[in-house]
Design a protein around this ligand. Structure first.
Ligand SMILES: C[S@@+](CC[C@H](N)C(=O)[O-])C[C@H]1O[C@@H](n2cnc3c(N)ncnc32)[C@H](O)[C@@H]1O
Length: 358
């Protein structure tokens, strides 16, 4: 039975499901989920990410990790962690840049947090000739706090599902996925007694609440507070609470209706940076300001790096300029994508950020 048929059977049996439950099934159902069975990353697939656009992205994240390690006093052993490493390109580029500081690599134990079996295989191939042998975990759960942590997560929060609530009169209704008389999956509204926290919204406006993103932030911050270290989170998302339906399905680089062919498209929602950082701060971690990806990469020196690459490869100037623009300009990923960090001790200011925000 297809995932669509199983979801319909579940809905007929128990009623409409939340958008978060629908998203989780589409991404991680063990038989038919997108990441569990058929993730298609890259130019020939469904979507590309920053490290696939330019090697500079992963290189700067590698140098960021080295600077954080130095800021921690260059501990003899530490854990370098990437959550959701995709096809492994980011970590491959990060390790190549980090090799500028051999002591960093010598001190590092590499852990990849990846629930997707096919992506683990891709990562193993991509990193096979690299300087560090990775160990894999399916979630943050198995990650110990016995060593300092330096963690990178690019486009991972957006895979963590959100529930959707619509302002109706004085109250709220939850947007859920049901089945109509023609046997099609449809969105509908159900009363929402577990109303989301106070949020100013006009009737008809939709807000998203992601318990999964908040729980991820809580676990991450708890680990960092206990172990010391820093986590860099980059994703497309909001920098302040605001209404809007951001559920999006991508297939062959095109937006498709999110209820079409469950499990066959990448399904995302925006990262809710204000909630993620507030949750981390409540665990006792330091958190930074929220920058746009353009601001963050510029502060790290991406433009100077691009000009150096152009000087060394004049025949590739047009390509390199295009790549740089996609990373940092507002009509590329420069503004929609945000960057923020969580750290402990809170005085540890990671490169690119001006200081702790609270
Ligand atoms: C959009 S890809 C980003 C890949 C990579 N970080 C990059 O920048 O190219 C999302 C990654 O997060 C992983 N992922 C999805 N759900 C996850 C979860 N609940 N916990 C950890 N990783 C998850 C996916 O398997 C995939 O590796």
């Amino acid at each position: 039975m297809s995932l669509e048929d199983r979801l319909k059977a579940r809905i007929r049996e128990a009623g409409p499901i939340t958008v978060a439950d629908y998203m989780a099934a589409c991404l991680h159902d063990p038989i038919d989920g997108y990441y569990a069975t058929r993730p298609r990353l890259g130019a020939d697939g469904d979507f590309v990410t920053a490290p696939m656009i330019s090697q500079m992205f992963g290189e700067f994240l590698g140098l960021w990790a080295v600077a954080v390690w130095r800021g921690l006093g260059a501990p003899e052993r530490f854990r370098l962690v990437e959550v959701g490493p995709g096809d492994g390109t980011l970590m491959q580029d990060a390790l190549r840049a980090a090799a500028l500081d051999p002591a960093f690599l010598q001190a590092a134990e590499l852990v990849l947090v990846e629930p997707s079996p096919p992506l683990r295989e891709l990562q193993a191939e991509r990193l096979a000739d690299g300087p560090l042998r990775p160990r894999w975990l399916a979630s943050l759960d198995g990650l110990g706090a016995d060593l300092p942590l330096i963690l990178l997560a690019n486009e991972v929060l957006d895979c963590l599902p959100a529930r959707q609530f619509v302002r109706v009169g004085e109250g709220w209704a939850e947007r859920r996925v049901g089945v109509d008389e023609a046997d099609a999956l449809v969105f509908g509204l159900t009363p929402a007694p577990d109303v989301p926290p106070a949020f100013r919204a006009e009737p008809g406006e939709l807000m998203e609440v992601s318990p999964a993103q908040a729980e991820f932030a809580r676990r991450l911050a708890a680990l960092i507070v206990e172990a010391s270290g820093a986590a860099l989170l980059i994703d497309y998302g909001r920098a302040r609470p605001e209404p809007g339906d951001t559920l999006q399905a991508l297939r062959n680089h095109q937006k498709v209706p999110p209820l079409l062919d469950p499990g066959h498209a990448d399904l995302t929602v925006w990262a809710d940076f204000p909630t993620v950082l507030a949750t981390a701060a409540a665990e006792g971690a330091g958190v930074t300001e929220i920058l746009t990806q353009g601001q963050f990469l510029r502060r790290l020196g991406v433009e100077a790096r691009a000009h150096a690459l152009i000087a060394a490869n004049p025949d590739r100037e047009a390509v390199l300029r295009r790549q740089l623009a996609r990373l940092i300009e507002p009509d590329g990923m420069g503004e929609l994508f945000k960057a923020a960090a969580v750290m402990s001790p809170p005085e540890l200011i990671p490169p690119g950020f001006a200081g702790a925000a609270r």
